[in-house]
Design a protein around this ligand. Structure first.
Ligand code: TPP
Ligand code: MG
Length: 795
């Protein structure tokens, strides 16, 4: 990689001491990343015979890029997403900065060790963005950049923190992910700034070498989206060769060389390069002069001297972009997958790993003595004190704040109760109740003021149809630039007043649901990233949670905190038909970690849950919250609720008598059908109870927690659902109903050995009205009564 091409004239300028040290550090990153993976696979005992894995080739290709960034360009306030398979390089780099330790690196991919792919939650505060599901970490930087602007423009930014850049180091295959282009469009609309994506263009993904024509297209796409696009194609040695007689022909030859041939020649080495170049250009005297004077090794080094492996070129390019201002910039850095390792360029090298023998050779080449593999400066030809001083002087070595990179934000006070709309005696839906409560908060009166100021709402083109309209009218749309509402200025009647300004609190997104969840993720990390409290609320149609699911899970995986309001939901959306009628979402809510999912039936429950959401999303041991709502207006009554029970997941509307043989449980907008059926049931079974389930997710989580606690010896541990079901007879029947998959409730029978007859659609829906659909899918009052009869027969 750094063999001098001494016979060439003019040769690149002699390297300075500074560059020499940088190159020594590159060697160290290459060694440590390869060793970390080797150690995990070949040195550590393997108890289960499973391949541990790791990506030495992916690490090798990005060494110079990461070294240039972290040792030279990045400042502490920059937030960086590292491509998943470069995790070991990232940890090695932190180790050099004394922010990572040997035991955790030695335990790569082992319980308690560093994760295979950087994880905010598991690897600690040095990780800015978790990565792993390719494409998402890259796109997330766009929304994090937007959030940084939001926080600053709202006056929430910490005065001691300078504004930073958001940077993604991306694998080239990440650009195959559609979410990248969705984010590019959205970023353009919001005029995001201070955003860099550095693409490790090794032209290889997992299976193969990527097509040649691709990047011309991609470059154009970036430019169309208002990005600057800079190609870092050749290193200094090649540029020096191109400057010679015959250099133009050589450059054209490399430019035209198909990616797959280039990769194969890289793998084969100098002799193969010579043969291939001379076969085409042997008659050019200039080219012969360049090539003939080089040994095979030197020729191999020359032909693979791509820009992304030339740290000086990378640094110069990044510096130039820095000087250019805040325009988003994509750098396409040409690299070779596995650079410097025996399988460099081989198309199958993604999961390839050096054999024990190859590693031995590599160790010698790196001048590492056996037993000194983890030593920080082993094998480097610079005195330790000098290299340490160099590291200490790197801008990125400065701590971001005295508390480190993971920041905390002050809590926003949540009043004891949220304003409750006057709904008693009226028919109201949870969706409109949500809109009303939020609009009232939006007035920002009295004790609601602080809460109102810190809420950020967002929606992918369903702001009005999810009842956010009144809130937006009060709090405005966020935009970096003030833009008037043309309809309003022209005095054209509209219920929506959509003026945009840097003080607005609603981020209006295009329809792509992945962007909604990436923004919720970024906004939900704002406290940790910026030290400012933001309380993000995102609304989306419930079925389209599925459309953004990967990004939702990604946001939760990083412990981003937000409130998701999904509405309308289920068959209850009757005329809209099957694609809009969600069936599986309650199960997603149960299965998603770090997300408490609720489905209130009535507005009084909703008000309790909304309040709970604002509180729990701010608590270190809290979580994000999901409210599944409906547009079906149902009768509301004035009643006193046990707020703790609503939050814990269920409360008795009609408590059962002790030893009752049956209870009916409902969730969400099927409450009227359940009440109707219950009235009939009660005439037969006066002891029966009627249970409102507000969260199968919380009930289930609480039950598992109490089972675990009892196994661990806490014999008194008792969950909410166990207490709730305790009055019923052993072996009593539970008929359950929701407008969602019946498996959501089917487990309830296991809690106390009672038997469940679960009702709910388990097939795709279709257009209809509520009476027809509820009958067709067996969730109307008749179906509930039939289920009760069936359940009682078997008691
Ligand atoms: C969403 C998603 N799909 C598939 C994978 C499996 N996968 C891991 S890496 C990879 C290819 C990565 O290629 P690239 O981004 O070019 O990385 P590099 O060549 O630098 O290793 C694939 C398909 C994944 N991690 N995430
Ligand atoms: Mg690649």
């Amino acid at each position: 990689m750094d063999t001098p091409v001494s016979t060439l004239a003019p040769s690149p300028p002699a390297e300075t001491r500074h560059v020499h040290i940088l190159k020594q550090l590159e060697r160290k990153l290459l060694w440590l990343s390869a060793w970390m993976i080797h150690n995990a696979n070949h040195v550590r005992p393997n108890r289960d015979g499973l391949k541990v894995g790791g990506h030495q080739a992916s690490c090798a290709s990005v060494i110079s890029i990461m070294a240039a960034l972290y040792f030279e360009i990045a400042r502490p306030q920059d937030r960086i997403a590292v491509k998943p398979h470069a995790g070991p390089v990232f940890h090695a780099m932190n180790y050099l900065f004394r922010r990572q330790n040997i035991p955790r690196m030695a335990a790569l991919r082992q319980l308690g060790g560093v994760q295979s792919y950087p994880s905010r939650v598991k690897d600690g505060p040095e990780v800015d963005f978790s990565t792993g599901s390719v494409g998402l970490g890259v796109a997330m930087t766009t929304f994090a950049a937007l959030m940084a602007d939001y926080v600053r423009l709202h006056g929430f930014a910490r005065p001691d923190l300078p504004a930073g850049r958001h940077i993604a180091i991306a694998g080239d295959a990440e650009l195959d992910e559609g979410n990248i282009y969705e984010a590019l469009l959205e970023g353009w609309k919001h005029d995001v700034r201070n955003l860099w994506w550095i693409v490790d263009y090794n032209r290889q993904s997992l299976d193969s070498v990527v097509p040649d024509r691709l990047f011309g297209r991609i470059e154009g796409l970036f430019r169309d989206m208002g990005w600057n696009c800079v190609t870092i194609k050749y290193g200094r040695k090649l540029e020096a060769a191109f400057a010679q007689d015959g250099g133009d022909a050589l450059r054209r030859w490399i430019d035209d060389c198909p990616n797959s041939l280039y990769s194969a020649l890289t793998f084969q080495g100098g002799a193969a390069w010579r043969q291939a170049v001379l076969a085409d250009l042997g008659r050019s005297r200039g080219v012969r002069r360049i090539i003939d004077s080089l040994s095979d090794d030197d020729l191999g080094a020359l032909m693979t001297n791509l820009g992304g492996h030339d740290i000086e070129t990378v640094i110069d390019t990044l510096r130039a972009a820095e000087a250019d201002g805040d325009q988003p910039t994509c750098f396409i850095a040409y690299t070779i997958k596995g650079m410097g390792l025996p399988f460099a360029g081989h198309k199958d090298n993604h999961a390839g790993m050096m054999t024990i023998e190859q590693m031995e050779g590599f160790r010698e080449q790196m001048r590492i003595r056996p037993g000194h593999e983890w030593d920080r400066f082993e094998g480097l030809d610079v005195p330790e004190a000098e290299i340490q001083a160099f590291l200490d002087a790197c801008p990125f070595a400065r701590p971001l704040t005295p508390e480190g990179r993971a920041l905390t934000a002050p809590l926003v006070a949540v009043p004891a109760a949220l304003p409750m709309p006057k709904v008693a005696g009226r028919k109201v839906s949870t969706q409109s109740g949500f809109g009303d409560i939020l609009a009232e908060i939006g007035r920002g009166q009295g004790e609601l003021r602080d809460l109102a100021d810190h809420i950020l709402t967002t929606s992918p083109d369903v702001t009005v149809s999810t009842n956010l309209g009144p809130w937006v009218n009060r709090r405005g749309i966020f935009d970096r630039h003030t833009r008037n509402d043309v309809f309003r200025d022209a005095k054209l009647a509209s219920a929506q007043r959509w003026g945009m300004s840097p003080k607005g609190q609603h981020v209006e997104l295009g329809i792509a649901e992945q962007n909604l969840f990436l923004l919720l993720g970024a906004a939900g990390l704002a406290p940790a990233m910026t030290g400012a409290r933001v309380l993000p609320i995102g609304t989306v149609y419930d079925p389209f949670v599925n459309r953004g699911l990967d990004a939702l899970i990604y946001a939760l995986y990083q412990d981003a905190r937000f409130l998701l309001v999904s509405t309308p939901s289920g068959l209850t959306l009757a005329p809209e038909g099957g694609q809009h009628q969600s069936v599986n979402t309650p199960l997603i809510g149960m299965a998603a970690d770090r997300l408490a999912a609720f489905e209130p039936a009535h507005v009084d429950e909703l008000a309790i849950l909304l309040r709970h959401a604002f509180e729990t999303m701010q608590q270190p041991n809290g979580s994000s919250v999901w409210l599944r709502l409906s547009t079906r207006a149902i009768e509301q009554s004035a009643r006193t609720l046990d707020a703790a029970a609503v939050v814990a997941g269920a409360h008795w509307v009609v408590p059962p008598a002790q030893g009752a043989r049956i209870a009916l449980a409902y969730q969400g907008p099927v409450a009227p059908e359940a009440s109707l059926a219950f009235a009939e049931l009660q005439s037969e079974e006066p002891a029966a109870g009627l249970l409102a389930i507000t969260s199968p997710d919380r009930l289930h989580a609480g039950w598992l927690a109490s089972l675990r606690a009892r196994r661990a010896g806490d014999r008194g541990a008792m969950s909410h659902v166990e207490r709730v079901l305790a009055p019923l007879a052993p072996g009593a029947a539970l008929v359950t109903v929701l407008d969602g998959h019946p498996a959501t409730h089917a487990w309830l029978g296991s809690v106390r050995g009672q038997r469940v007859v679960p009702l709910g659609p388990d097939r795709f829906g279709q257009s209809g009205d509520i009476p027809d659909l509820y009958r067709e899918y067996g969730i109307d009052a008749d179906a509930i009564l039939d289920a009760c009869a069936q359940a009682l027969l078997a008691v």
